[in-house]
Write a new protein. Structure first.
Length: 442
């Protein structure tokens, strides 16, 4: 291990300020210091399985064809995160031997870096390079994503300062930088970086060497640092992420932005402010989704908000029906605002698959009809007409969802699909009306 670390010295000067940069101190002035507390992470170390490229299981995301996940767990520990349910819970028995009692409840309080075996990594890389395009997901852009279940530029905490230094050198120099270097020199694959950390600036020199083969992106659901403290208490502040994106753009590195997941408190003014700043970056793509309910993520948010004396609008996540309304409202709002700030052609919405639930959709339509027409007794003919309208409405709803799910995200140097257009949402009245259907942009 030490021999490998000493041989990978390309970023040695940068490593000296690794932890300092994450906490707000760097070689350049920081006009917006990170006000967010960083939880002390004691459950950290090495994971015996080495880092390799793996086919990902994304559905309708259009992010990548492979993932490269450098750790199990993440010190940013965003409270809404879906990873504990979809990934780390599968490792529960193994994590238990490392002191993690409940991977979901303790999310953010553990991070185990994968081991480095260059032969195994290169084997997985060469196998990916040989994979025929016809065998890949059509929306993956033949890209490797760093990362899909953790953050590649997190700072791992450990009670032993020497161990912490070793862990972070290992995580950056080998698991991230060396991996990316090998992809650059030994393949023709693309790379997508997604992070919340300004530490990514340490590798901007390497990113620039990729030209159009690399996209650098950050998650930026809001520009409100105080609001982010409720949902992402251990991640660098949004203001610092925006500064990092601006620095990447200034360095001629192609950028994209994930305005995701947006919180219930992200109203029209908040979203407009975020999207206006994002538009100034001239991003390749802008992804968006609201918070989706996964495992205990809502309870994690509620508990933390109470601990810091903050109120939230978690009522919109209290039931599936409330979440359905909140999700659709935010998706519609972002689609409208993106058009107003000049991002309509680059917007890529991520509607959750559960929004296709026929049961939820029909229940909400019936509830809305009953609310609009209280105490009305409908005839059989009227009920039949309502049923027909509801079927039309659901078909239009699914067509809108399918329109976004069919979207293939842009890639620098690749011609966009001229046949794809942002789908419009066809609104269907709750009761028969002389005007019939109306077309409205969501």
């Amino acid at each position: 291990m030490n021999k490998n670390l000493s041989n990978s010295n390309q970023a040695q000067p940068a490593l000296q300020s690794h932890a300092a940069a994450e906490n707000g101190a760097s070689h350049q002035p920081q006009p917006n210091p990170d006000p967010q507390p960083v939880t002390k992470i004691n459950l950290s170390g090495y994971w015996e399985n080495p880092v390799v490229l793996q086919r990902n299981n994304f559905v309708n995301k259009s992010l990548s064809s492979w993932s490269c996940n450098t750790s199990v767990g993440c010190t940013h520990g965003c409270l809404f995160c879906y990873v504990p349910e979809v990934a780390t819970m599968k490792q529960a028995s193994k994590l238990a031997t490392l002191g993690v009692r409940d991977p979901d409840e303790q999310w953010g309080n553990y991070a185990f870096l994968r081991s480095w075996d260059e032969h195994k990594f290169r084997t997985s890389l060469h196998a990916a390079e040989r994979t025929p395009v016809s065998a890949l997901n059509a929306d993956g852009n033949r890209a490797v994503m760093f990362c899909t279940t953790t953050d590649p530029y997190q700072v791992v905490k450990n009670a032993d300062p020497a161990a912490q230094k070793r862990l972070n050198r290992h995580g950056h120099l080998l698991l991230v930088r060396r991996s990316v270097e090998l992809i650059l020199t030994e393949s023709t694959l693309n790379v997508r970086i997604l992070t919340r950390s300004p530490l990514a600036k340490l590798d901007f020199d390497l990113f620039k060497r990729f030209g159009n083969r690399l996209l650098f992106g950050m998650s930026l659901p809001t520009l409100d640092n105080e609001l982010a403290r409720i949902y992402e208490p251990n991640a660098p502040a949004p203001s610092r992420r925006l500064e990092t994106l601006q620095a990447a753009k200034a360095a001629d590195i192609p950028v994209y932005v994930a305005v995701a997941p947006t919180y219930p408190e992200c109203d029209e003014a908040d979203l407009r402010r975020t999207l206006t700043e994002v538009a100034k970056l001239d991003p390749v793509t802008v992804f968006h989704e609201p918070i989706n309910i996964r495992a205990d993520n809502v309870d994690r948010i509620r508990t933390h908000a109470a601990s810091i004396g903050k109120t939230t609008r978690l009522d919109v996540l209290a039931t599936k029906e409330a979440w359905f309304r909140y999700s659709m409202d935010q998706l519609f709002l972002v689609q409208r605002l993106a058009g107003e700030v000049g991002l309509a052609d680059r917007l890529h919405l991520w509607p959750d698959p559960e929004l296709k639930s026929r049961k939820l959709f029909m229940a909400l339509r019936r509830a809305e009809r009953e609310q609009d027409h209280r105490a009305r007794v409908w005839s059989k003919e009227e009920q039949a007409a309502h049923h027909e309208l509801d079927e039309d409405a659901y078909a239009a709803h699914v067509a809108w969802l399918n329109g976004w799910w069919a979207r293939v995200s842009e890639w620098p140097g690749k011609e966009a699909d001229p046949s794809w257009q942002p789908p419009s949402y066809v609104t269907v009245p709750l009761v028969p009306s002389p005007t019939g259907k109306e077309v409205a942009q969501g």
